[in-house]
Design a protein around this ligand. Structure first.
Ligand code: URA
Length: 430
């Protein structure tokens, strides 16, 4: 089966067979397909789509491209979570230790930044010494010992997704429902979790722009999970403004640290508690979702969630006892409100793109991310501002260009009339 024949079949709109999909995934895993052939088929899939059956075969082949973690020796129900990606979306970093502090094991296989959206792995790697390259044995041992491990795709854990993900990132083939569903679900199935919670982002800074697409993606992932015997809940959540205040790797880790200390921004804490409550309740560690929320809130304020985060970072080779000296950007400057009024919109996409331009994202597969750069919002939607108020602070390693400054200022829409605070959770699919 030559790669070019499989590529041409998808280009011409045919559904691929299980064998053709297996050949594609094998080609990514053993290196027998070139990057340009993999990228061409990914783009053909992006344009022509895949049937639910093709998507299920693709997910299965990706999951089996490496080891599926056997966590049967870890007592209790294991729970994992994943986001479809957004701007300022650092939820996994505070959420995982919050949930583990409630007694629920969390084995998590995460991803890097994709396009304008950030990734858990890049954020964790911004902590000096912290590694996300865990062997399957170390991954399982760590979940057993401290309840939590967060790993990236490696040569042994979903290797096919590692390469497909990196190629999609730089070839414009990210926002495809079947490609996102299989990329996410292959990792979640390989992590060995029994319960999976998904955060499907919708809006300007998300890959899904409409509620219809977000619902379709949610249903597809829930169905794939169920066909593997997993319990899956998808939350559809707002990404029409960045989540929390910080965008950029270290800045987001610092915000996660503050959230774990009970001092996080309201939208971030709410989302962590809402998703966390589903995870804790489904794992049988709280009799109701409401009881789970209380447990999570308590752990944010009694130091247990932060202590679990610090233990997890130490287990993965890093150290973050406090935030002293953690952010070391060379150039720091502010963007100010050009007029008085209320913040109606903070378009997440230009904020994400500006962060990439500052060095916080990748333009090619081998680009190295600058962990120090990013943007911290000073306002959220609904805030009243007067002319000259700070809208955002930019952290950079080189002088900030006028174009970046302007893009950030123009991401804010300021209007005369008061604006309400939008809800963070827009729907749930089970
Ligand atoms: N997260 C993933 O892991 N994969 C995608 O394709 C998008 C978001």
């Amino acid at each position: 089966m030559f790669p070019q024949h499989i590529i041409a079949r998808k280009r011409d709109g045919h559904a691929l067979t299980r064998e053709e999909i297996a050949a594609f995934v094998r080609g990514a895993t053993d290196g027998s397909w070139a990057d340009y052939q993999l990228s061409a088929l990914l783009m053909a899939i992006f344009i022509k789509g895949m049937t639910p059956e093709e998507t299920a075969h693709y997910t299965d082949a990706m999951m089996r491209s490496g080891v599926v973690a056997d966590l049967s020796a870890v007592p209790g129900i294991k729970v994992d979570k994943h986001s479809t990606g957004g701007v300022g979306d650092k939820v996994s970093i505070p959420l995982a230790p919050m949930v583990v502090a409630c007694g629920v094991p969390v084995p998590m296989i995460s991803g890097r930044g994709l396009g304008h959206s950030g990734g858990t792995l890049d954020k964790l790697e911004s902590i000096p010494g912290c590694t996300i390259s865990l062997s399957p044995d170390r991954f399982i041992r760590q979940v057993n010992e401290i309840g939590i491990a967060v790993a990236g795709q490696t040569a042994e854990l979903v290797p096919a997704d590692k390469l497909m993900y990196a190629l999609r990132d730089v070839t414009g083939s990210v926002p495809s429902i079947p490609l996102i569903a299989s990329s996410i679900m292959s990792k979640k199935l390989a992590s060995g979790a029994d319960v999976i919670c998904l955060d499907v982002k919708i809006g300007d800074g998300a890959f899904m722009k409409t509620i219809e697409d977000a619902t379709r993606l949610s249903r597809l992932m829930v169905e794939i999970g169920k066909s593997f015997g997993k319990s899956v809940t998808a939350f559809i959540t707002d990404m029409n403004q960045p989540l929390g205040l910080a965008v950029g790797n270290r800045l987001e880790v610092a915000e996660a640290f503050e959230t774990l200390s009970g001092r996080g921004p309201a939208d971030l804490e709410t989302l962590c508690v809402e998703i966390g409550a589903e995870m804790v309740h489904r794992a049988g560690k709280a009799p109701s979702v409401e009881a789970a929320k209380k447990l999570l809130h308590d752990n944010l304020h009694n130091g247990k969630a932060l202590a679990k985060f610090q233990q997890f970072i130490r287990a993965q080779g890093g150290k973050l006892d406090n935030l002293d000296g953690f952010i070391t950007a060379k150039f720091i400057e502010t963007v100010k409100a050009p007029k008085a009024g209320y913040v109606k919109t903070i378009r997440a996409l230009p904020i994400g793109l500006a962060t990439m331009q500052l060095g916080g994202g990748r333009a090619t597969k081998d680009d190295v991310i600058d962990p120090n750069v990013g943007i911290v919002l000073a306002q959220k939607i609904g805030a009243p501002v007067v002319k000259g108020d700070v809208l955002a602070t930019l952290y950079a390693s080189a002088p900030v260009t006028a174009a970046i400054r302007r893009a950030v200022q123009e991401a804010f829409e300021i209007v005369k009339d008061a604006v309400g605070i939008p809800p963070i959770i827009l729907g749930t699919v089970r």
